[in-house]
Design a protein around this ligand. Structure first.
Ligand code: ZN
Length: 441
Protein backbone atom coordinates (compact mmCIF):
# COMPACT_ATOMS: atom_id res chain seq x y z
CA UNK A 1 0.00 0.00 0.00
CA UNK A 2 1.44 3.36 -0.98
CA UNK A 3 0.93 5.67 1.92
CA UNK A 4 1.52 8.88 0.00
CA UNK A 5 -1.76 8.59 -1.88
CA UNK A 6 -4.45 10.93 -0.77
CA UNK A 7 -7.96 10.31 -1.98
CA UNK A 8 -10.47 12.96 -2.86
CA UNK A 9 -13.90 11.68 -2.05
CA UNK A 10 -17.36 13.08 -2.54
CA UNK A 11 -19.36 12.63 0.62
CA UNK A 12 -22.92 13.59 1.30
CA UNK A 13 -23.12 15.73 4.37
CA UNK A 14 -25.92 17.56 6.11
CA UNK A 15 -25.62 21.12 7.36
CA UNK A 16 -28.39 22.27 9.63
CA UNK A 17 -29.01 25.85 10.70
CA UNK A 18 -31.65 27.46 12.84
CA UNK A 19 -33.43 30.16 10.87
CA UNK A 20 -35.40 33.20 11.89
CA UNK A 21 -38.08 33.89 9.28
CA UNK A 22 -40.15 37.07 9.53
CA UNK A 23 -43.86 36.53 10.31
CA UNK A 24 -44.67 36.95 6.61
CA UNK A 25 -41.98 34.48 5.58
CA UNK A 26 -43.13 32.04 8.27
CA UNK A 27 -46.64 32.21 6.84
CA UNK A 28 -45.30 31.46 3.37
CA UNK A 29 -43.28 28.55 4.70
CA UNK A 30 -46.31 27.20 6.56
CA UNK A 31 -48.27 27.46 3.33
CA UNK A 32 -45.59 25.41 1.55
CA UNK A 33 -45.60 22.78 4.27
CA UNK A 34 -49.40 22.64 4.24
CA UNK A 35 -49.44 22.48 0.44
CA UNK A 36 -47.03 19.59 0.41
CA UNK A 37 -49.10 17.73 2.99
CA UNK A 38 -52.27 18.40 1.02
CA UNK A 39 -50.77 17.13 -2.23
CA UNK A 40 -49.42 14.02 -0.45
CA UNK A 41 -52.81 13.18 1.00
CA UNK A 42 -54.69 13.98 -2.20
CA UNK A 43 -52.39 11.78 -4.29
CA UNK A 44 -52.61 8.98 -1.76
CA UNK A 45 -56.40 9.19 -1.86
CA UNK A 46 -56.39 8.96 -5.66
CA UNK A 47 -54.19 5.89 -5.60
CA UNK A 48 -56.29 4.20 -2.91
CA UNK A 49 -59.47 4.92 -4.87
CA UNK A 50 -57.83 3.52 -7.99
CA UNK A 51 -56.86 0.31 -6.20
CA UNK A 52 -60.37 -0.08 -4.75
CA UNK A 53 -61.86 0.40 -8.18
CA UNK A 54 -59.60 -2.25 -9.68
CA UNK A 55 -60.41 -4.63 -6.87
CA UNK A 56 -64.12 -4.16 -7.46
CA UNK A 57 -63.64 -4.74 -11.18
CA UNK A 58 -61.77 -7.96 -10.51
CA UNK A 59 -64.45 -9.13 -8.09
CA UNK A 60 -67.11 -8.65 -10.71
CA UNK A 61 -65.13 -10.75 -13.14
CA UNK A 62 -63.79 -7.94 -15.30
CA UNK A 63 -60.32 -8.01 -16.74
CA UNK A 64 -57.84 -5.70 -14.99
CA UNK A 65 -54.54 -4.98 -16.69
CA UNK A 66 -51.40 -3.23 -15.54
CA UNK A 67 -52.51 -0.09 -17.37
CA UNK A 68 -55.51 0.22 -15.08
CA UNK A 69 -53.25 1.02 -12.16
CA UNK A 70 -51.98 4.52 -11.47
CA UNK A 71 -48.23 4.81 -11.41
CA UNK A 72 -46.73 5.39 -7.96
CA UNK A 73 -43.36 6.47 -9.30
CA UNK A 74 -42.12 9.95 -8.51
CA UNK A 75 -42.84 11.21 -12.01
CA UNK A 76 -46.05 9.25 -12.33
CA UNK A 77 -47.38 10.97 -9.22
CA UNK A 78 -46.13 14.38 -10.37
CA UNK A 79 -47.95 13.86 -13.64
CA UNK A 80 -51.10 12.85 -11.79
CA UNK A 81 -50.84 15.98 -9.66
CA UNK A 82 -50.45 18.21 -12.72
CA UNK A 83 -53.58 16.64 -14.11
CA UNK A 84 -55.69 17.07 -10.99
CA UNK A 85 -54.30 20.15 -9.26
CA UNK A 86 -56.70 22.72 -10.78
CA UNK A 87 -59.65 20.70 -9.64
CA UNK A 88 -58.31 19.65 -6.20
CA UNK A 89 -56.28 22.68 -5.20
CA UNK A 90 -57.11 25.80 -7.19
CA UNK A 91 -54.70 27.68 -4.94
CA UNK A 92 -51.74 25.52 -5.92
CA UNK A 93 -49.82 28.30 -7.65
CA UNK A 94 -49.43 30.15 -4.34
CA UNK A 95 -46.59 27.78 -3.48
CA UNK A 96 -43.42 26.98 -5.38
CA UNK A 97 -43.09 23.87 -7.54
CA UNK A 98 -40.77 22.28 -4.96
CA UNK A 99 -43.78 21.85 -2.69
CA UNK A 100 -45.57 19.37 -4.92
CA UNK A 101 -42.44 17.74 -6.19
CA UNK A 102 -41.61 17.05 -2.55
CA UNK A 103 -45.02 15.47 -1.95
CA UNK A 104 -44.76 13.24 -5.03
CA UNK A 105 -41.26 12.18 -4.09
CA UNK A 106 -42.15 11.36 -0.50
CA UNK A 107 -45.22 9.39 -1.50
CA UNK A 108 -43.41 7.42 -4.17
CA UNK A 109 -40.74 6.61 -1.60
CA UNK A 110 -43.43 5.48 0.85
CA UNK A 111 -44.92 3.20 -1.81
CA UNK A 112 -41.50 1.86 -2.67
CA UNK A 113 -40.91 0.98 0.97
CA UNK A 114 -44.33 -0.65 1.11
CA UNK A 115 -43.73 -2.72 -2.04
CA UNK A 116 -40.36 -3.86 -0.73
CA UNK A 117 -42.03 -4.79 2.55
CA UNK A 118 -39.92 -2.38 4.52
CA UNK A 119 -42.89 -0.36 5.70
CA UNK A 120 -46.63 -0.48 6.12
CA UNK A 121 -49.03 0.96 3.58
CA UNK A 122 -48.55 4.77 3.36
CA UNK A 123 -50.76 6.63 5.78
CA UNK A 124 -52.37 10.02 5.52
CA UNK A 125 -50.43 12.85 7.08
CA UNK A 126 -52.09 15.00 9.67
CA UNK A 127 -51.26 18.49 10.76
CA UNK A 128 -48.98 18.14 13.75
CA UNK A 129 -46.30 19.75 15.85
CA UNK A 130 -43.71 19.02 13.20
CA UNK A 131 -43.86 19.85 9.52
CA UNK A 132 -41.30 20.10 6.79
CA UNK A 133 -40.92 20.77 3.11
CA UNK A 134 -38.04 19.95 0.85
CA UNK A 135 -36.79 22.44 -1.70
CA UNK A 136 -34.99 21.49 -4.85
CA UNK A 137 -31.41 22.61 -5.28
CA UNK A 138 -32.24 25.47 -7.64
CA UNK A 139 -34.75 26.89 -5.17
CA UNK A 140 -32.22 27.58 -2.40
CA UNK A 141 -28.88 29.26 -2.12
CA UNK A 142 -26.74 30.99 0.48
CA UNK A 143 -26.53 34.71 -0.17
CA UNK A 144 -23.95 35.31 2.54
CA UNK A 145 -22.87 33.75 5.81
CA UNK A 146 -26.07 34.83 7.58
CA UNK A 147 -28.77 34.65 4.92
CA UNK A 148 -30.44 31.93 2.93
CA UNK A 149 -32.39 32.79 -0.20
CA UNK A 150 -35.36 30.52 -0.80
CA UNK A 151 -37.37 31.09 -3.95
CA UNK A 152 -40.86 32.46 -3.29
CA UNK A 153 -39.92 33.08 0.36
CA UNK A 154 -37.07 35.54 -0.01
CA UNK A 155 -33.99 36.21 2.06
CA UNK A 156 -34.26 34.37 5.41
CA UNK A 157 -31.93 35.17 8.27
CA UNK A 158 -30.03 32.37 9.96
CA UNK A 159 -29.30 32.42 13.68
CA UNK A 160 -25.88 30.88 13.31
CA UNK A 161 -23.19 31.61 10.79
CA UNK A 162 -23.27 29.37 7.74
CA UNK A 163 -19.58 30.10 7.18
CA UNK A 164 -18.47 26.46 6.96
CA UNK A 165 -20.92 25.63 4.23
CA UNK A 166 -20.54 29.01 2.56
CA UNK A 167 -16.81 28.46 2.13
CA UNK A 168 -17.34 25.05 0.55
CA UNK A 169 -19.74 26.57 -1.95
CA UNK A 170 -17.46 29.51 -2.71
CA UNK A 171 -14.45 27.29 -3.27
CA UNK A 172 -16.50 24.93 -5.39
CA UNK A 173 -15.82 21.96 -3.11
CA UNK A 174 -19.48 21.69 -2.13
CA UNK A 175 -22.72 21.41 -4.05
CA UNK A 176 -26.19 21.77 -2.57
CA UNK A 177 -28.39 18.83 -3.53
CA UNK A 178 -31.53 19.86 -1.67
CA UNK A 179 -32.66 21.69 1.44
CA UNK A 180 -35.40 20.87 3.90
CA UNK A 181 -37.12 23.51 6.00
CA UNK A 182 -38.59 22.14 9.20
CA UNK A 183 -40.85 23.65 11.78
CA UNK A 184 -40.76 21.97 15.13
CA UNK A 185 -42.89 23.46 17.86
CA UNK A 186 -42.58 26.92 16.43
CA UNK A 187 -38.82 26.76 15.89
CA UNK A 188 -37.58 26.83 12.31
CA UNK A 189 -34.51 25.24 10.83
CA UNK A 190 -33.08 24.49 7.42
CA UNK A 191 -31.05 21.41 6.64
CA UNK A 192 -28.94 21.35 3.50
CA UNK A 193 -27.97 18.10 1.87
CA UNK A 194 -24.59 18.85 0.39
CA UNK A 195 -22.15 16.89 -1.72
CA UNK A 196 -18.79 17.83 -0.29
CA UNK A 197 -15.39 16.97 -1.66
CA UNK A 198 -13.14 15.95 1.11
CA UNK A 199 -9.49 15.09 1.03
CA UNK A 200 -9.17 11.86 2.93
CA UNK A 201 -5.86 11.13 4.57
CA UNK A 202 -4.28 7.73 3.95
CA UNK A 203 -5.06 5.04 6.49
CA UNK A 204 -2.71 5.33 9.41
CA UNK A 205 -0.39 2.55 10.51
CA UNK A 206 -2.24 0.70 13.26
CA UNK A 207 -0.09 1.57 16.25
CA UNK A 208 -2.54 2.99 18.71
CA UNK A 209 -5.42 0.63 19.18
CA UNK A 210 -8.37 1.22 21.42
CA UNK A 211 -11.28 -1.02 22.34
CA UNK A 212 -14.53 0.69 23.24
CA UNK A 213 -17.17 -1.02 25.31
CA UNK A 214 -20.54 0.65 25.20
CA UNK A 215 -22.50 0.26 28.37
CA UNK A 216 -25.38 1.68 30.31
CA UNK A 217 -23.81 2.42 33.68
CA UNK A 218 -20.54 3.55 32.17
CA UNK A 219 -21.33 4.91 28.77
CA UNK A 220 -17.98 4.39 27.09
CA UNK A 221 -15.12 2.39 28.54
CA UNK A 222 -11.94 2.52 26.49
CA UNK A 223 -8.78 0.47 26.91
CA UNK A 224 -5.68 -0.57 24.98
CA UNK A 225 -4.76 -4.17 24.14
CA UNK A 226 -2.14 -3.95 26.92
CA UNK A 227 -4.96 -3.47 29.39
CA UNK A 228 -4.45 0.22 30.07
CA UNK A 229 -7.73 1.99 30.77
CA UNK A 230 -8.01 5.19 28.73
CA UNK A 231 -11.38 6.65 29.32
CA UNK A 232 -14.39 5.73 31.38
CA UNK A 233 -17.24 8.09 30.78
CA UNK A 234 -20.16 7.74 33.12
CA UNK A 235 -23.53 7.71 31.47
CA UNK A 236 -24.93 11.15 32.18
CA UNK A 237 -28.31 9.71 31.35
CA UNK A 238 -29.65 12.97 30.08
CA UNK A 239 -33.07 11.53 29.74
CA UNK A 240 -33.07 9.87 33.13
CA UNK A 241 -31.90 13.09 34.75
CA UNK A 242 -34.52 15.15 33.00
CA UNK A 243 -37.17 12.56 33.82
CA UNK A 244 -38.46 14.36 36.87
CA UNK A 245 -38.90 17.69 35.18
CA UNK A 246 -40.28 15.94 32.13
CA UNK A 247 -42.84 14.02 34.17
CA UNK A 248 -43.84 17.24 35.87
CA UNK A 249 -44.27 19.07 32.55
CA UNK A 250 -46.19 16.17 31.05
CA UNK A 251 -48.52 16.00 34.04
CA UNK A 252 -49.41 19.65 33.58
CA UNK A 253 -49.98 19.15 29.85
CA UNK A 254 -52.17 16.11 30.48
CA UNK A 255 -54.55 18.14 32.63
CA UNK A 256 -55.11 20.64 29.86
CA UNK A 257 -57.22 20.27 26.77
CA UNK A 258 -55.00 18.73 24.11
CA UNK A 259 -55.83 18.00 20.47
CA UNK A 260 -58.72 15.57 20.05
CA UNK A 261 -60.81 14.62 17.08
CA UNK A 262 -62.66 17.73 15.99
CA UNK A 263 -61.37 19.82 18.90
CA UNK A 264 -58.50 22.24 18.60
CA UNK A 265 -55.97 22.21 21.46
CA UNK A 266 -56.31 24.98 24.03
CA UNK A 267 -53.75 27.75 24.25
CA UNK A 268 -52.89 26.60 27.75
CA UNK A 269 -52.19 23.10 26.44
CA UNK A 270 -49.99 24.48 23.67
CA UNK A 271 -47.97 26.37 26.24
CA UNK A 272 -47.59 23.32 28.50
CA UNK A 273 -46.75 21.09 25.54
CA UNK A 274 -44.15 23.60 24.43
CA UNK A 275 -42.40 23.11 27.75
CA UNK A 276 -42.41 19.32 27.32
CA UNK A 277 -40.92 19.66 23.84
CA UNK A 278 -38.26 22.01 25.13
CA UNK A 279 -37.04 19.45 27.67
CA UNK A 280 -37.00 16.79 24.96
CA UNK A 281 -34.96 19.07 22.69
CA UNK A 282 -32.51 19.88 25.47
CA UNK A 283 -31.98 16.19 26.18
CA UNK A 284 -31.42 15.41 22.51
CA UNK A 285 -28.92 18.23 22.09
CA UNK A 286 -26.78 17.41 25.09
CA UNK A 287 -26.72 13.79 24.01
CA UNK A 288 -25.66 14.76 20.52
CA UNK A 289 -22.84 16.98 21.78
CA UNK A 290 -21.45 14.24 23.98
CA UNK A 291 -21.43 11.71 21.17
CA UNK A 292 -19.76 14.14 18.79
CA UNK A 293 -17.07 15.02 21.31
CA UNK A 294 -16.27 11.42 22.13
CA UNK A 295 -16.24 10.10 18.56
CA UNK A 296 -14.05 12.97 17.31
CA UNK A 297 -11.61 12.41 20.13
CA UNK A 298 -11.36 8.69 19.41
CA UNK A 299 -11.12 8.99 15.62
CA UNK A 300 -8.45 11.70 15.85
CA UNK A 301 -6.25 10.15 18.51
CA UNK A 302 -6.35 6.45 17.73
CA UNK A 303 -5.41 4.52 14.60
CA UNK A 304 -7.76 1.64 15.15
CA UNK A 305 -11.00 1.76 17.09
CA UNK A 306 -12.68 -1.49 17.95
CA UNK A 307 -16.34 -1.63 18.85
CA UNK A 308 -18.95 -4.29 19.17
CA UNK A 309 -21.37 -4.59 16.28
CA UNK A 310 -24.44 -4.29 18.46
CA UNK A 311 -27.85 -5.35 17.35
CA UNK A 312 -29.47 -2.13 18.45
CA UNK A 313 -32.80 -2.77 16.76
CA UNK A 314 -33.10 -6.16 18.43
CA UNK A 315 -32.19 -4.76 21.83
CA UNK A 316 -34.70 -1.96 21.49
CA UNK A 317 -37.39 -4.63 21.46
CA UNK A 318 -36.51 -5.42 25.06
CA UNK A 319 -38.79 -3.01 26.90
CA UNK A 320 -36.51 -2.90 29.95
CA UNK A 321 -33.48 -1.85 28.00
CA UNK A 322 -35.09 0.25 25.27
CA UNK A 323 -35.29 3.58 27.07
CA UNK A 324 -31.72 3.42 28.30
CA UNK A 325 -30.31 2.26 25.00
CA UNK A 326 -31.98 5.00 23.02
CA UNK A 327 -30.75 7.40 25.68
CA UNK A 328 -27.20 6.28 25.17
CA UNK A 329 -27.67 6.46 21.36
CA UNK A 330 -25.48 3.51 20.55
CA UNK A 331 -26.39 3.41 16.90
CA UNK A 332 -25.54 7.07 16.46
CA UNK A 333 -22.19 6.51 18.16
CA UNK A 334 -21.25 3.76 15.71
CA UNK A 335 -22.33 5.64 12.60
CA UNK A 336 -20.42 8.76 13.64
CA UNK A 337 -17.33 6.67 14.18
CA UNK A 338 -17.82 5.18 10.73
CA UNK A 339 -17.51 8.48 8.91
CA UNK A 340 -15.10 10.19 11.27
CA UNK A 341 -12.55 7.38 11.02
CA UNK A 342 -12.66 7.98 7.28
CA UNK A 343 -12.03 11.69 7.76
CA UNK A 344 -9.07 11.19 10.03
CA UNK A 345 -7.54 8.14 8.38
CA UNK A 346 -8.17 5.79 11.25
CA UNK A 347 -9.87 2.43 10.98
CA UNK A 348 -13.05 1.21 12.59
CA UNK A 349 -13.27 -2.46 13.38
CA UNK A 350 -16.67 -3.87 14.23
CA UNK A 351 -16.44 -7.11 16.13
CA UNK A 352 -19.05 -9.77 15.53
CA UNK A 353 -21.87 -9.34 18.00
CA UNK A 354 -21.53 -12.96 19.09
CA UNK A 355 -17.97 -12.52 20.28
CA UNK A 356 -18.26 -12.83 24.09
CA UNK A 357 -16.25 -9.70 24.98
CA UNK A 358 -17.84 -9.39 28.42
CA UNK A 359 -17.70 -13.04 29.34
CA UNK A 360 -14.07 -13.71 28.39
CA UNK A 361 -11.29 -13.32 30.96
CA UNK A 362 -8.66 -11.02 29.49
CA UNK A 363 -5.92 -12.70 31.54
CA UNK A 364 -6.39 -16.40 30.90
CA UNK A 365 -8.99 -16.46 28.14
CA UNK A 366 -11.54 -18.54 30.00
CA UNK A 367 -15.07 -17.87 28.80
CA UNK A 368 -17.77 -17.71 31.44
CA UNK A 369 -21.03 -19.44 30.65
CA UNK A 370 -23.13 -16.78 32.26
CA UNK A 371 -22.70 -13.19 33.36
CA UNK A 372 -25.80 -11.31 34.37
CA UNK A 373 -26.18 -7.62 33.55
CA UNK A 374 -26.10 -6.49 37.19
CA UNK A 375 -22.74 -8.15 37.86
CA UNK A 376 -20.47 -5.13 37.62
CA UNK A 377 -17.22 -6.95 38.46
CA UNK A 378 -15.90 -9.77 36.34
CA UNK A 379 -14.49 -12.52 38.52
CA UNK A 380 -12.62 -15.29 36.80
CA UNK A 381 -13.08 -18.74 38.31
CA UNK A 382 -9.99 -20.10 36.59
CA UNK A 383 -7.27 -17.54 37.39
CA UNK A 384 -8.92 -15.44 40.09
CA UNK A 385 -8.84 -12.16 38.20
CA UNK A 386 -11.29 -9.55 39.46
CA UNK A 387 -11.77 -6.59 37.16
CA UNK A 388 -14.43 -4.06 36.23
CA UNK A 389 -16.81 -5.73 33.83
CA UNK A 390 -16.71 -2.99 31.18
CA UNK A 391 -12.94 -2.56 31.35
CA UNK A 392 -12.50 -6.30 30.82
CA UNK A 393 -14.74 -6.12 27.75
CA UNK A 394 -12.88 -3.10 26.36
CA UNK A 395 -9.51 -4.86 26.72
CA UNK A 396 -10.86 -7.94 24.98
CA UNK A 397 -12.22 -5.85 22.14
CA UNK A 398 -8.91 -4.02 21.73
CA UNK A 399 -7.02 -7.34 21.56
CA UNK A 400 -9.50 -8.77 19.11
CA UNK A 401 -8.99 -5.69 16.95
CA UNK A 402 -5.22 -5.94 17.25
CA UNK A 403 -5.30 -9.50 15.97
CA UNK A 404 -7.54 -8.42 13.09
CA UNK A 405 -5.37 -5.50 12.00
CA UNK A 406 -2.25 -7.64 12.27
CA UNK A 407 -3.66 -10.07 9.77
CA UNK A 408 -4.80 -7.27 7.48
CA UNK A 409 -1.44 -5.56 7.42
CA UNK A 410 0.37 -8.88 7.22
CA UNK A 411 2.13 -8.55 10.53
CA UNK A 412 0.39 -11.49 12.17
CA UNK A 413 -1.06 -13.74 9.59
CA UNK A 414 -2.53 -16.68 11.41
CA UNK A 415 -5.59 -14.85 12.69
CA UNK A 416 -8.47 -14.50 10.30
CA UNK A 417 -10.81 -11.70 11.21
CA UNK A 418 -14.39 -12.82 11.18
CA UNK A 419 -15.76 -9.31 11.22
CA UNK A 420 -16.02 -6.65 8.62
CA UNK A 421 -13.29 -4.07 8.38
CA UNK A 422 -14.41 -0.62 7.45
CA UNK A 423 -11.48 0.62 5.48
CA UNK A 424 -12.68 3.54 3.43
CA UNK A 425 -9.42 4.75 2.01
CA UNK A 426 -7.85 1.49 0.93
CA UNK A 427 -9.79 1.00 -2.25
CA UNK A 428 -11.67 3.78 -3.96
CA UNK A 429 -14.09 1.47 -5.69
CA UNK A 430 -14.96 -0.30 -2.48
CA UNK A 431 -16.51 2.79 -0.99
CA UNK A 432 -20.09 3.66 -1.66
CA UNK A 433 -19.31 7.22 -2.62
CA UNK A 434 -17.80 8.46 -5.82
CA UNK A 435 -14.05 8.58 -5.42
CA UNK A 436 -11.19 9.82 -7.47
CA UNK A 437 -7.57 9.33 -6.57
CA UNK A 438 -5.22 12.26 -6.34
CA UNK A 439 -1.54 11.86 -6.92
CA UNK A 440 0.80 11.94 -3.92
CA UNK A 441 0.37 14.81 -1.51
ZN1 ZN B 1 -8.96 -15.79 34.06
Amino acid sequence: MTRSNCTLTTLTQAYRFAIDPTPVQANHLRSHIGGSRFAYNALLELVVANWDENRAKKASGLNVTKDDYLSTSHFGLLYLWAEKRDELAPWWSENGVSTYNDAAQRLSKAFQNFHRQRAKFPSFKCRGQVGSVRFKKDAVRLSDSHHVRISRIGEVKTYESTRKLFRHLERGTGRIVAATVTQRNGAWSISFTVEVQRQLPPTRIPEMIVGVDLGLTTLYTCATPEGVPILALDNPRHLVGAQRSLAHAQRIASRRSGPRKGVAPSNRWKKANGRVQKIHAHVANSRKNLIHETTTRLAKNYDVIVIEDLNVVGMMKNPFLAKHISDASWGEFASQLEYKTRWYGSTLVKVDRFYPSSKTCNQCGTVKAKLSLDQRVFECGACGLAIDRDLNAAINLARHGLAATDSVTGRGGEVRPKHQRLDATAHPDETSTKTSTLVGV
